[in-house]
Design a protein around this ligand. Structure first.
Ligand SMILES: [Zn+2]
Length: 300
């Protein structure tokens, strides 16, 4: 290996990278690694939602495999046993267990929340019952009654509610919610709000902007080695992310004091006041929004 190669490798695997275990994983251990590849690689691992555990588990669920949601192990989706002896539709004699399995797999393989709701809406009819009033003429009224169907071999087959729910391995809440957000044409127009609320600990945009501004304020040192082939910029070798973060915290405190002196706390939203961003957040912004490294000279 040439001394030039060694210098570039030293530069690209400088000390701060060891701060980040993810980055360390991606740093090739062999000296034979393609140097151009190292130069071209973005500094930080990008978000890859496909590999997020929750999405891996959702795919398992749509494939009717055992899955884990909210730390709870769940069996694979499969029709629940049912006996329709006393049911007037005689569901179990019209639809076989194999067909039930196929219907269940079909529903879950849709994966998309809205497509599942449309699946329900096209198979469940809501109608006003013939006998609307109770016998005494007062008290609770039956507002709505539902008819459940499955399409088997191209034909609609009416089934009872229990057979419908147990075959799809869903609860009545799924049907209730589908109808709650149905438009005049029978299509589902609701949103899947599960897991969509903004977490209370989410960093405010203005705090992220301040972090970026702070990182931007450092002088960049040009590099002799990588300048021509990479967009990466270099910071003073005496710096590290930890040191920059310590300086950021000082700046943040100063900003608060200045804000108080000027008669405002810098926050007009009236929300509960938060502290400076965490080291993890600072490091994430450093890695995701900048292409910076700590320059190491040939001697150092
Ligand atoms: Zn039945």
């Amino acid at each position: 290996m040439s001394s030039r190669t060694r210098r570039i490798l030293a530069l690209c695997t400088s000390h701060h990278l060891l701060d980040n275990p993810e980055e360390t994983e991606e740093t090739p251990e062999t000296e034979n690694a393609d140097i151009q590849q190292i130069r071209d690689r973005s500094r930080w691992r990008k978000r890859n939602p496909q590999h997020w555990k929750v999405n891996v588990e959702r795919r398992k669920r749509s494939d009717c495999l055992p899955y884990t949601i909210k730390k709870k192990d769940q069996p694979g989706k499969a029709p629940k046993p049912i006996v329709c002896d006393r049911c007037r539709f005689k569901c179990t004699s019209k639809i076989t267990e194999t067909q039930r399995g196929e219907l269940c797999a079909c529903y879950w393989s849709l994966f998309d929340f809205k497509r599942q709701k449309d699946f329900i809406l096209t198979r469940v009819k809501s109608c006003v019952p013939e006998r609307r009033r109770s016998r005494t003429g007062e008290g609770c009224e039956r507002s709505d009654s539902k008819q459940y169907f499955f399409m088997v071999d191209g034909e609609d087959v009416r089934v009872c509610q229990a057979f419908f729910l147990k075959t799809l391995c869903i609860s009545n809440v799924a049907v209730f919610n589908a109808f709650k957000s149905k438009d005049g044409f029978g299509c589902y127009v609701g949103e899947d709000l599960r897991g969509k609320h903004e977490p209370s600990n989410k960093t405010k945009p203005q705090e992220i902007a301040f972090v970026k501004q702070h990182i931007d304020s450092f002088r960049k040192v040009p590099s002799d080695y990588c300048r021509s082939t990479t967009q990466r910029q270099y910071l003073d070798p005496t710096l590290s992310i930890s040191k920059m973060y310590a300086l950021y915290r000082e700046e943040w405190e100063k900003k608060q004091v200045m804000g108080q002196e000027q008669g405002n706390d810098g926050d007009t939203t009236g929300e509960k006041k938060k502290g400076p961003v965490s080291f993890i957040t600072y490091k994430r912004v450093f890695g995701e929004d900048f292409n910076l490294s700590f320059f190491q000279s040939e001697e150092g």
